[in-house]
Design a protein around this ligand. Structure first.
Ligand code: NAG
Ligand code: NAG
Ligand code: NAG
Ligand code: NAG
Ligand code: NAG
Ligand code: NAG
Ligand code: NAG
Length: 555
């Protein structure tokens, strides 16, 4: 363990005073994207990210929230932009590092962030925010892009879009991290697509949506290509690279930065380090800074974000915070030295003519599972409600969410087509239209499919008391259009745009800090039945079909 730098020992907290006019709205020049570079919108000067990751008590390495003994996922996090006394305490230190960007990993979209956002703007600091939270994120082991996540993502967008120093959003962080979970990237790309469409539909300023990747040798090239390829409306606006390969006094070639730079030299959107700062050698000397912003790399990369501000158990901190007291450490001083030496001007927007074009989509092989098209369908709360209202057999109110896994296995086991409308498989690119509905809606859909297949005899809507009949309401108007698109088997393509809004429709996204998760069935993400069933439904179907003899039996 290293000691703290004596020279910068203890600094007294800066009181929240005139420096930060908390209520006045501060406007900075928005950052825009042209080709593979960022620019200040008004004067066209190229923008290089000099960033610091800024979030306390958060596992920013891409795993979702910690699972407790009871199987629920904790969604507790400290919103870094909600408490003015904290952010105003830290901004002077960020300024000492010449920081022009911070990355935050989870904000609470029900909170007001204007004080911190404006104080940051006054300090010339932009913000890149991840859209997920510990309990509401795309899970690499059981990926989905559903109504609940859509509500969360769009609520964060609504909350931050108005600030001119919002630089961009990450739709995911290190989700796929090995060949056997690359299918999850299809769901992240669907999230990118729908978040971009949402920003557009709300008439917000154009704000980029990107992805932050880990540095896995097996999949790094396919990952970057997959998110960049195909229709521009579906593709990432920028690519964040979490990279820890320059440790101690490494070099351009030893670290592999040279090869990464070559790989991204042809990339058509901005690429930057979304996390860097290996700590295998301490104190960290950040000798990569002069290379990252120097001539070997600054034509390809748009800078980087050092991981991270707060000293915690993972030992990546630049400062230790105790109450109002900030203590800088040797890493802080070293980084400050390095960044103060950076002079990089880049190119002027007007004289820059992008020549790179989008990558070709990766072919599916042993190392890459996700089909390039189609992507998973857009979450659409209205479609789910319409569907639910049309059903004659639904989940009984007394049915425990704990039993959903078993019930899915049972009902899907009665025939391959029963669950086609809720299945999803990113390798084959087959997605049921209702696979993004919540788990109650999905289970009701499956119950009803079975029930209808049995000529709607009451005994076919029982499932041991877990199912119950209800009056159907015949769909009309918009509902009818949506249900017709989904088709009777639920395998049609719904082309209508989701009507759900973020802040307004996002009751589930507003769970914020505390307790997003309520049931064991939804460990990690409420509303995703496949959480409990693993590869829903095909693997289970096979097992259950064998058990049940595949027969359409009455229960
Ligand atoms: C362009 O604008 C930014 C922010 O407003 C400023 O920091 C930068 O120095 C300007 N560039 C030039 C060349 O004046
Ligand atoms: C992610 O961070 C957590 C907590 O800091 C740590 O326990 C875990 O090993 C890390 N995982 C990876 C893949 O780095
Ligand atoms: C964003 O700004 C616009 C125009 O200034 C305003 O009408 C709108 O209410 C603001 N939205 C939010 C969520 O602050
Ligand atoms: C996926 O592959 C990694 C190694 O790349 C391995 O550690 C992990 O156990 C595998 N997961 C599954 C579910 O097979
Ligand atoms: C900063 O630049 C000066 C002058 O080029 C050089 O002497 C010094 O070693 C540099 N510092 C670091 C930390 O690279
Ligand atoms: C799931 O959908 C049903 C029916 O639309 C609704 O009543 C219920 O509140 C939803 N559950 C959650 C957790 O959103
Ligand atoms: C998707 O379907 C393929 C082919 O049927 C199968 O091998 C694979 O296991 C499925 N993947 C998932 C995640 O269900």
């Amino acid at each position: 363990m290293r000691g703290f730098g004596a020279a910068s020992a203890t600094a007294v907290a800066i009181a929240a005073t005139s420096l930060f006019m908390s209520t006045a709205s501060a406007a900075v020049d928005p950052i825009v994207i042209k080709g593979s570079k960022f620019f200040y919108k008004t004067n066209g000067t190229q923008f290089y990210i000099k960033g610091v990751a800024y979030q306390q008590d958060y596992n920013g390495n891409g795993t979702s929230g910690s699972t407790t003994a009871s199987g629920t996922t904790s969604n507790s996090y400290t919103d870094p932009l909600a408490d003015f006394s904290s952010c105003s305490r830290d901004i002077p230190y960020l300024q000492q590092l010449n920081t022009n960007t911070i990355r935050v990993y989870a904000i609470d979209p029900t909170k007001d962030h204007s004080q911190c956002m404006n104080a940051l703007a006054n300090a010339g600091i932009y913000v890149i925010s991840d859209l997920s939270s510990p309990a509401e994120s795309i899970d690499r082991n059981d990926p989905a892009w559903n109504d609940q996540l859509y509500a969360r993502y769009t609520a964060v967008v609504d909350n931050l879009a108005n600030f001119t120093n919002t630089l961009g959003f990450f739709a995911g962080n290190e989700v796929s991290n090995a060949p056997n979970n690359t299918d999850a990237s299809a769901f992240v790309k669907a999230a990118v697509r729908d978040t971009k469409a949402y920003i557009k539909s709300k008439g917000y300023r154009t704000i980029g949506v990107g992805y932050a990747t880990n540095d896995d040798a097996d999949i790094r090239v396919d990952m970057a290509d997959y998110f960049n390829c195909g229709d521009t409306a579906d593709a990432i606006d920028f690519w964040g690279y979490n990279i820890y390969s320059w440790c101690g006094d490494s070099s351009y070639t030893t670290s592999g930065y040279d090869v990464r730079t070559k790989e991204f030299s042809t990339y058509s959107v901005p690429a930057f380090f979304a996390e860097y700062g290996c700590n295998k050698v301490e104190p960290r000397t950040f000798t990569d800074v002069s290379t990252l912003y120097g001539p070997e790399m600054n034509g390809v990369w748009s800078g980087g974000i050092v991981y991270m501000y707060f000293q915690e158990a993972n030992d990546y901190g630049l400062v230790s915070v105790s109450g109002n007291t900030v203590t800088t450490n040797q890493d802080f001083d070293n980084l400050k030295q390095q960044l103060s030496n950076v002079t990089v001007s880049g190119v002027a927007m007007a004289s820059y003519s992008p020549t790179n074009s989008a990558a070709a989509c990766p072919s599916q092989d042993a190392k890459w599972a996700a089909a390039a098209t189609p992507l998973p369908p857009s979450p659409n709360q209205q479609l789910c409600s319409c569907m639910y209202n049309s059903l004659g057999c639904v989940v009984a109110s007394g049915a425990s969410a704990d039993a959903y896994g078993t019930l899915f296995g049972q009902v899907c086991g009665y025939g391959g087509s029963i669950c086609a409308g809720i299945s999803h498989n990113a390798s084959t690119g087959t997605y049921g239209a209702y696979g993004m509905c919540n788990s109650t809606e999905q289970l009701a859909y499956a119950f009803n499919q079975y029930y209808v297949g049995q000529s709607a005899v009451a005994s076919a809507c029982s499932f041991g008391g877990s199912a119950t009949t209800k009056p159907t309401s015949s769909a009309a108007g918009a509902c009818q259009t949506l249900l017709n698109q989904a088709g009777t088997a639920g395998t049609g393509t719904v082309t209508s745009q989701p009507s759900g809004t973020g802040a307004a429709g996002g009751s589930s996204g507003s769970s914020g800090s505390g307790s997003a998760s309520s049931s064991k069935a939804a460990a990690g993400m409420i509303g995703v039945p496949s959480m409990e069933t693993g590869l829903l439904p095909m693997a289970f179907i096979v097992t259950m079909a064998a058990v049940s003899g595949m027969g359409m039996i009455f229960l």
